[in-house]
Write a protein that binds this ligand. Structure first.
Ligand code: TXA
Ligand code: MG
Length: 337
Protein backbone atom coordinates (compact mmCIF):
# COMPACT_ATOMS: atom_id res chain seq x y z
CA UNK A 1 0.00 0.00 0.00
CA UNK A 2 1.21 3.51 -0.76
CA UNK A 3 1.53 5.72 2.31
CA UNK A 4 0.83 9.37 1.47
CA UNK A 5 2.13 12.42 3.34
CA UNK A 6 -0.55 14.88 4.34
CA UNK A 7 0.08 18.51 5.32
CA UNK A 8 -1.79 20.26 8.10
CA UNK A 9 -3.45 22.48 5.48
CA UNK A 10 -4.98 19.47 3.73
CA UNK A 11 -6.42 17.72 6.76
CA UNK A 12 -9.67 16.98 4.90
CA UNK A 13 -7.71 14.33 2.93
CA UNK A 14 -6.90 12.56 6.20
CA UNK A 15 -10.54 12.81 7.35
CA UNK A 16 -11.66 11.37 4.02
CA UNK A 17 -9.32 8.37 4.33
CA UNK A 18 -10.49 7.73 7.91
CA UNK A 19 -14.14 7.81 6.82
CA UNK A 20 -13.27 5.33 4.04
CA UNK A 21 -12.03 2.92 6.74
CA UNK A 22 -8.31 3.52 6.32
CA UNK A 23 -5.73 4.14 9.05
CA UNK A 24 -3.89 7.44 9.25
CA UNK A 25 -1.26 8.63 11.68
CA UNK A 26 -1.54 12.07 13.27
CA UNK A 27 0.30 14.04 15.96
CA UNK A 28 -0.99 14.46 19.50
CA UNK A 29 0.68 16.36 22.33
CA UNK A 30 2.12 13.09 23.71
CA UNK A 31 3.22 10.89 20.78
CA UNK A 32 1.94 10.24 17.24
CA UNK A 33 -1.23 8.15 17.17
CA UNK A 34 -2.32 5.60 14.56
CA UNK A 35 -5.96 6.47 14.04
CA UNK A 36 -9.00 4.69 12.68
CA UNK A 37 -12.75 5.25 12.98
CA UNK A 38 -13.49 3.59 16.33
CA UNK A 39 -16.99 2.64 15.16
CA UNK A 40 -15.70 0.71 12.12
CA UNK A 41 -14.58 -2.83 13.03
CA UNK A 42 -12.73 -3.45 9.74
CA UNK A 43 -10.84 -0.17 10.06
CA UNK A 44 -9.83 -0.88 13.66
CA UNK A 45 -8.51 -4.31 12.68
CA UNK A 46 -6.12 -2.57 10.29
CA UNK A 47 -4.49 -0.80 13.24
CA UNK A 48 -3.63 -4.14 14.88
CA UNK A 49 -2.33 -5.49 11.56
CA UNK A 50 -0.13 -2.49 10.76
CA UNK A 51 1.42 -2.41 14.24
CA UNK A 52 1.62 -6.17 14.76
CA UNK A 53 -0.25 -5.51 18.00
CA UNK A 54 -1.46 -8.43 20.16
CA UNK A 55 -5.23 -8.76 19.88
CA UNK A 56 -5.81 -8.64 23.65
CA UNK A 57 -4.36 -5.14 24.04
CA UNK A 58 -7.20 -2.58 23.85
CA UNK A 59 -7.03 0.85 22.19
CA UNK A 60 -7.81 4.31 23.52
CA UNK A 61 -10.54 6.30 21.78
CA UNK A 62 -9.89 9.99 21.14
CA UNK A 63 -12.67 12.56 21.36
CA UNK A 64 -12.74 16.29 20.64
CA UNK A 65 -14.97 17.35 23.56
CA UNK A 66 -16.18 16.27 26.97
CA UNK A 67 -19.71 15.94 25.55
CA UNK A 68 -18.47 13.41 23.00
CA UNK A 69 -17.02 11.26 25.81
CA UNK A 70 -20.54 10.93 27.28
CA UNK A 71 -21.63 9.12 24.11
CA UNK A 72 -19.26 6.22 24.79
CA UNK A 73 -19.23 5.85 28.58
CA UNK A 74 -22.07 4.11 30.40
CA UNK A 75 -21.59 6.19 33.46
CA UNK A 76 -19.30 9.13 34.16
CA UNK A 77 -18.65 9.21 37.91
CA UNK A 78 -17.97 12.50 39.65
CA UNK A 79 -14.25 11.76 39.82
CA UNK A 80 -14.14 11.37 36.03
CA UNK A 81 -15.97 14.67 35.55
CA UNK A 82 -13.44 16.39 37.77
CA UNK A 83 -10.52 14.83 35.90
CA UNK A 84 -11.94 15.89 32.54
CA UNK A 85 -12.47 19.43 33.75
CA UNK A 86 -8.99 19.63 35.23
CA UNK A 87 -6.91 17.92 32.52
CA UNK A 88 -8.81 17.78 29.21
CA UNK A 89 -7.70 18.44 26.63
CA UNK A 90 -4.50 16.82 27.83
CA UNK A 91 -2.49 13.67 28.50
CA UNK A 92 -4.88 11.79 30.78
CA UNK A 93 -6.84 8.77 29.52
CA UNK A 94 -9.81 7.71 31.62
CA UNK A 95 -10.99 4.08 31.65
CA UNK A 96 -14.77 3.86 32.07
CA UNK A 97 -17.59 1.36 31.50
CA UNK A 98 -18.26 1.46 27.78
CA UNK A 99 -21.43 2.11 25.81
CA UNK A 100 -22.48 3.00 22.29
CA UNK A 101 -21.36 1.81 18.86
CA UNK A 102 -17.68 1.21 19.54
CA UNK A 103 -16.22 -1.61 17.43
CA UNK A 104 -15.61 -4.66 19.67
CA UNK A 105 -11.94 -4.93 18.66
CA UNK A 106 -11.22 -1.47 20.12
CA UNK A 107 -11.70 -2.74 23.66
CA UNK A 108 -10.31 -6.24 23.02
CA UNK A 109 -13.36 -7.79 24.62
CA UNK A 110 -13.30 -5.67 27.81
CA UNK A 111 -16.42 -4.02 29.21
CA UNK A 112 -14.47 -0.82 29.67
CA UNK A 113 -13.03 1.75 27.27
CA UNK A 114 -10.13 4.19 27.58
CA UNK A 115 -11.12 7.71 26.47
CA UNK A 116 -8.99 10.80 26.04
CA UNK A 117 -9.23 14.28 24.56
CA UNK A 118 -5.81 15.14 23.13
CA UNK A 119 -4.37 18.64 23.43
CA UNK A 120 -3.25 19.12 19.86
CA UNK A 121 -4.95 21.28 17.21
CA UNK A 122 -4.41 18.75 14.39
CA UNK A 123 -5.77 15.82 16.41
CA UNK A 124 -8.79 17.80 17.60
CA UNK A 125 -9.57 19.11 14.11
CA UNK A 126 -9.31 15.63 12.61
CA UNK A 127 -11.73 14.18 15.17
CA UNK A 128 -14.16 17.03 14.47
CA UNK A 129 -13.82 16.69 10.69
CA UNK A 130 -14.63 12.97 10.79
CA UNK A 131 -17.37 13.37 13.39
CA UNK A 132 -16.18 10.02 14.81
CA UNK A 133 -14.23 8.97 17.88
CA UNK A 134 -10.79 7.88 16.67
CA UNK A 135 -9.22 4.73 18.08
CA UNK A 136 -5.49 5.40 18.23
CA UNK A 137 -2.60 3.60 19.86
CA UNK A 138 0.89 5.01 19.58
CA UNK A 139 1.95 4.81 15.92
CA UNK A 140 5.00 2.57 16.37
CA UNK A 141 5.51 -1.06 15.39
CA UNK A 142 4.51 -3.06 18.45
CA UNK A 143 7.42 -3.27 20.92
CA UNK A 144 9.32 -0.25 19.51
CA UNK A 145 9.68 3.14 21.22
CA UNK A 146 6.65 5.34 20.58
CA UNK A 147 7.05 7.88 17.75
CA UNK A 148 7.61 11.53 18.61
CA UNK A 149 7.97 12.64 14.99
CA UNK A 150 6.37 11.76 11.66
CA UNK A 151 9.73 10.37 10.48
CA UNK A 152 9.64 7.80 13.30
CA UNK A 153 6.24 6.64 12.07
CA UNK A 154 7.47 6.52 8.49
CA UNK A 155 10.36 4.27 9.47
CA UNK A 156 8.07 1.80 11.26
CA UNK A 157 4.93 1.84 9.15
CA UNK A 158 5.65 3.08 5.61
CA UNK A 159 3.71 0.92 3.16
CA UNK A 160 1.42 -0.42 5.89
CA UNK A 161 -0.85 2.60 6.45
CA UNK A 162 -2.78 4.98 4.19
CA UNK A 163 -1.41 8.31 5.38
CA UNK A 164 0.86 10.30 7.67
CA UNK A 165 -0.20 13.76 8.83
CA UNK A 166 3.01 15.73 9.36
CA UNK A 167 2.91 17.85 12.51
CA UNK A 168 6.47 18.32 13.75
CA UNK A 169 7.82 16.92 17.00
CA UNK A 170 5.44 16.16 19.84
CA UNK A 171 5.61 18.22 23.04
CA UNK A 172 5.24 15.82 25.98
CA UNK A 173 7.12 12.95 24.34
CA UNK A 174 5.67 10.19 26.58
CA UNK A 175 2.17 8.76 26.40
CA UNK A 176 -0.83 9.79 28.46
CA UNK A 177 -1.47 8.65 32.01
CA UNK A 178 -4.06 5.85 32.03
CA UNK A 179 -6.42 6.29 34.99
CA UNK A 180 -9.00 3.58 35.66
CA UNK A 181 -12.23 5.04 37.06
CA UNK A 182 -14.49 2.19 35.95
CA UNK A 183 -14.82 1.35 39.64
CA UNK A 184 -15.03 4.80 41.28
CA UNK A 185 -14.33 3.22 44.68
CA UNK A 186 -10.89 2.15 43.46
CA UNK A 187 -9.34 4.82 41.25
CA UNK A 188 -6.12 3.34 39.87
CA UNK A 189 -3.29 4.62 37.71
CA UNK A 190 -2.56 1.81 35.25
CA UNK A 191 0.15 3.67 33.36
CA UNK A 192 2.06 6.74 34.55
CA UNK A 193 2.22 9.45 31.90
CA UNK A 194 1.93 13.12 31.07
CA UNK A 195 -0.22 13.96 34.12
CA UNK A 196 1.45 13.00 37.40
CA UNK A 197 -0.01 11.10 40.33
CA UNK A 198 0.26 14.25 42.47
CA UNK A 199 -1.69 16.31 39.98
CA UNK A 200 -4.43 13.66 39.89
CA UNK A 201 -4.56 13.29 43.67
CA UNK A 202 -4.88 17.06 44.05
CA UNK A 203 -8.18 16.77 42.15
CA UNK A 204 -9.75 13.46 43.29
CA UNK A 205 -7.80 12.40 46.39
CA UNK A 206 -5.77 9.22 46.90
CA UNK A 207 -5.43 6.87 43.95
CA UNK A 208 -3.87 3.43 43.75
CA UNK A 209 -0.71 3.46 41.74
CA UNK A 210 -0.21 0.13 40.10
CA UNK A 211 1.32 0.41 36.67
CA UNK A 212 2.42 -3.19 36.65
CA UNK A 213 -0.79 -4.68 37.97
CA UNK A 214 -1.05 -6.61 34.73
CA UNK A 215 2.26 -8.35 35.39
CA UNK A 216 1.24 -9.73 38.75
CA UNK A 217 -2.44 -10.36 38.41
CA UNK A 218 -4.44 -13.18 36.86
CA UNK A 219 -6.85 -10.67 35.45
CA UNK A 220 -4.83 -8.02 33.64
CA UNK A 221 -6.32 -4.57 33.97
CA UNK A 222 -4.15 -2.70 31.46
CA UNK A 223 -3.35 -5.54 29.12
CA UNK A 224 -0.78 -3.48 27.26
CA UNK A 225 1.52 -3.25 30.24
CA UNK A 226 2.50 -6.91 30.18
CA UNK A 227 4.33 -6.74 26.86
CA UNK A 228 7.91 -5.74 26.29
CA UNK A 229 7.86 -2.16 25.20
CA UNK A 230 9.83 0.76 23.95
CA UNK A 231 12.81 -1.38 22.93
CA UNK A 232 15.31 -0.16 20.36
CA UNK A 233 17.43 -2.73 18.51
CA UNK A 234 20.34 -2.32 20.95
CA UNK A 235 20.17 -3.50 24.57
CA UNK A 236 19.65 -0.70 27.11
CA UNK A 237 21.32 -0.66 30.55
CA UNK A 238 20.47 1.88 33.26
CA UNK A 239 23.47 3.36 35.06
CA UNK A 240 22.20 3.73 38.61
CA UNK A 241 23.59 6.32 40.98
CA UNK A 242 24.49 3.62 43.47
CA UNK A 243 26.12 1.31 40.94
CA UNK A 244 29.57 1.12 39.36
CA UNK A 245 29.21 4.55 37.79
CA UNK A 246 29.57 5.89 34.27
CA UNK A 247 33.32 5.71 33.93
CA UNK A 248 33.66 2.05 34.90
CA UNK A 249 30.53 1.04 33.02
CA UNK A 250 31.74 2.60 29.77
CA UNK A 251 35.14 0.94 30.14
CA UNK A 252 33.60 -2.44 30.94
CA UNK A 253 31.44 -2.53 27.81
CA UNK A 254 34.20 -1.16 25.59
CA UNK A 255 36.49 -3.96 26.79
CA UNK A 256 33.74 -6.39 25.83
CA UNK A 257 33.96 -4.97 22.29
CA UNK A 258 30.78 -2.90 22.40
CA UNK A 259 30.36 0.53 20.83
CA UNK A 260 28.84 2.41 23.73
CA UNK A 261 25.90 4.78 23.24
CA UNK A 262 25.35 7.29 26.04
CA UNK A 263 21.77 8.49 26.57
CA UNK A 264 22.18 10.99 29.36
CA UNK A 265 21.98 14.53 30.68
CA UNK A 266 24.17 17.32 29.35
CA UNK A 267 26.21 17.18 32.57
CA UNK A 268 26.89 13.44 32.36
CA UNK A 269 27.84 13.68 28.70
CA UNK A 270 30.26 16.55 29.42
CA UNK A 271 31.86 14.60 32.23
CA UNK A 272 32.03 11.08 30.79
CA UNK A 273 31.39 11.26 27.02
CA UNK A 274 34.43 10.23 24.99
CA UNK A 275 34.97 10.39 21.30
CA UNK A 276 34.74 6.60 20.91
CA UNK A 277 31.21 6.74 22.30
CA UNK A 278 27.98 7.81 20.59
CA UNK A 279 26.10 10.44 22.59
CA UNK A 280 22.55 11.75 22.81
CA UNK A 281 21.71 14.52 25.27
CA UNK A 282 18.46 14.46 27.21
CA UNK A 283 18.95 18.07 28.38
CA UNK A 284 19.88 19.31 31.82
CA UNK A 285 19.92 16.91 34.77
CA UNK A 286 17.42 19.07 36.65
CA UNK A 287 14.96 19.06 33.73
CA UNK A 288 13.01 15.81 33.66
CA UNK A 289 10.40 17.39 31.38
CA UNK A 290 13.02 17.80 28.68
CA UNK A 291 14.37 14.29 29.31
CA UNK A 292 10.85 12.90 28.90
CA UNK A 293 10.35 14.80 25.67
CA UNK A 294 13.60 13.42 24.26
CA UNK A 295 13.68 9.85 25.61
CA UNK A 296 12.01 8.03 22.70
CA UNK A 297 13.84 10.15 20.14
CA UNK A 298 17.08 9.25 21.87
CA UNK A 299 16.34 5.52 21.98
CA UNK A 300 15.59 5.61 18.26
CA UNK A 301 18.62 7.79 17.47
CA UNK A 302 21.06 4.99 18.34
CA UNK A 303 19.46 2.68 15.76
CA UNK A 304 20.94 4.98 13.09
CA UNK A 305 24.43 4.87 14.62
CA UNK A 306 27.23 2.37 15.22
CA UNK A 307 26.30 1.97 18.90
CA UNK A 308 25.77 -1.65 19.94
CA UNK A 309 24.68 -0.97 23.51
CA UNK A 310 22.93 2.00 25.15
CA UNK A 311 23.83 3.19 28.65
CA UNK A 312 21.03 5.38 29.99
CA UNK A 313 20.63 7.83 32.85
CA UNK A 314 17.87 7.55 35.45
CA UNK A 315 16.03 10.73 36.46
CA UNK A 316 14.21 11.70 39.62
CA UNK A 317 10.80 9.99 39.84
CA UNK A 318 8.89 13.12 40.79
CA UNK A 319 6.21 14.49 38.45
CA UNK A 320 6.60 13.14 34.93
CA UNK A 321 9.80 11.46 36.17
CA UNK A 322 7.63 8.49 37.18
CA UNK A 323 6.61 8.02 33.54
CA UNK A 324 10.17 8.61 32.31
CA UNK A 325 11.49 5.87 34.62
CA UNK A 326 8.61 3.51 33.76
CA UNK A 327 9.42 3.73 30.02
CA UNK A 328 13.17 3.57 30.53
CA UNK A 329 12.93 0.53 32.82
CA UNK A 330 10.81 -1.26 30.24
CA UNK A 331 13.17 -0.31 27.41
CA UNK A 332 16.00 -1.72 29.53
CA UNK A 333 13.98 -4.78 30.57
CA UNK A 334 14.91 -3.68 34.10
CA UNK A 335 18.66 -4.15 33.64
CA UNK A 336 20.47 -1.79 35.94
CA UNK A 337 24.14 -1.62 36.94
O1 TXA B 1 -0.70 9.34 24.79
C1 TXA B 1 -1.31 8.32 24.47
O2 TXA B 1 -2.07 7.72 25.25
C2 TXA B 1 -1.11 7.80 23.04
C3 TXA B 1 -1.68 8.85 22.08
C4 TXA B 1 -1.63 8.38 20.62
O3 TXA B 1 -2.97 9.20 22.46
N1 TXA B 1 -1.75 6.53 22.87
C5 TXA B 1 -1.26 5.40 23.43
O4 TXA B 1 -1.97 4.26 23.13
O5 TXA B 1 -0.27 5.37 24.11
P1 TXA B 1 -1.41 2.78 23.36
O6 TXA B 1 -2.40 1.89 22.70
O7 TXA B 1 -0.02 2.71 22.88
O8 TXA B 1 -1.51 2.57 24.90
C6 TXA B 1 -2.78 2.46 25.51
C7 TXA B 1 -2.66 1.82 26.86
C8 TXA B 1 -2.31 0.35 26.79
O9 TXA B 1 -1.41 0.02 27.84
C9 TXA B 1 -3.66 -0.34 26.99
O10 TXA B 1 -3.54 -1.63 27.53
C10 TXA B 1 -4.34 0.62 27.95
O11 TXA B 1 -3.93 1.90 27.51
N2 TXA B 1 -5.80 0.54 27.81
C11 TXA B 1 -6.57 0.89 26.75
N3 TXA B 1 -7.88 0.61 26.97
C12 TXA B 1 -7.95 0.09 28.20
C13 TXA B 1 -9.02 -0.42 29.01
N4 TXA B 1 -10.27 -0.44 28.59
N5 TXA B 1 -8.69 -0.89 30.24
C14 TXA B 1 -7.42 -0.88 30.68
N6 TXA B 1 -6.37 -0.42 29.96
C15 TXA B 1 -6.62 0.04 28.74
MG1 MG C 1 1.96 2.19 22.68
Amino acid sequence: METIWIKEQELEKAAQLLLEGEVVTFPTETVYGLGADATNEEAVKKIYEAKGRPADNPLIIHVSSIEQAYEYAEEIPEAAQKIMEAFWPGPCTIVLKKKGPIAPTVTAGLETVGIRMPDHPIALQLIKDTGKPLAAPSANSSGKPSPTSAQHVYRDLNGKIAGIVEGGETGVGLESTVLDLSNPELPTILRPGGISRNEIEAVIGTVRFNPDLANHSDTPVAPGMKYTHYSPTEPVIIISEKGIGWEKAIKKYQLEGEVVGILASEETIKQFGKKETVMFSLGEKSDVISASRRLFKGLRFFEETKATIILAEPFNRSGIGEAYMNRLEKAAAYSVI
